[in-house]
Design a protein around this ligand. Sequence first.
Ligand code: SF4
Length: 317
Amino acid sequence: MPFEMEKVLEISHIVKQFLVPDGRSLTACDDVSLTLYKGETLGIVGESGCGKSTLVKTVMQLYAPTAGAIYHRGVDITKLKGEAARQNRQHIQMVFQDPMQAFNPKMKIQDIICEPLRNFAIIKRNQVEEKAKELLRIVELSEEFAERYPGNMSGGQRQRIAIARALALEPEILVCDEATSALDVSVQERVVKLLVKIQKEKQLSIIFICHDLALVSKLCHRVAVMYLGNIVEILSGDAILEAKHPYTKALLRSVFSLKCKEEIQLLDGEVPSPLDLPQGCPFQDRCVECRGICRQEKPVLKLNSDGHSIACHLISA
Ligand code: SF4
């Protein structure tokens, strides 16, 4: 493994349900368990609405789970309250898809970058400029950006500012929620290379949410595939073409590639409503392999000796 097998985060049987106005429950995460190791990039992929963003918002303590636990270094962070919860946020930081939504357009970049440090009283007002310049160097931006405002720069530069701000507290875990999806391909590549460089230097653990399977397979050590609130497969990023779960295979066939000789096949059927989860396998209504048992019993995620996990009645890892 290119990363240490030292657990930094354990997501354990997380269920997240939301009550809707008519009194029913919408299940966004349905018994999700994942482990993140030190220095690892763990990708989470799946169609829109599969629950990946809800899962990371639960990790970020933006949502309280309905059931389950999330352990950071052995401490269940879902049970932390008040000042203990606030202090723990230093260890897990997030980069969003659109940094403009998270930035105050009237604040200078140096104040935006150093805001988390000021909030935790780690630096004084007169140290902001120097610290901002240090963080700008880490994300390979000129020191002159310290005096600028967020409206006065490109999307790629703003995303570097967002990364600098997320790194300010020297977190152990960085959560990137579609953080490169809105960028042009060439800018995206530079931001991804920067993330890889920073990760190696700082031994960061990264959760990378993305719908781009090609990017995830290149960037991530492991990839977890989510469908309808469930993890259906976990495999190495460089083995993504050897995926076995019918849903992952269908996702791969639906991706456009210039090198691919096979025709693109759209994934048939709609994702069932999370308000009315089917009994049995969540993928049953779209799966060409579906059998009787798939409609009766939900398959459990089984791990084999080489670290490949699959939740399917018909396929072993
Ligand atoms: S359990 Fe059955 S329905 Fe689900 S993916 Fe496997 S074969 Fe398809």
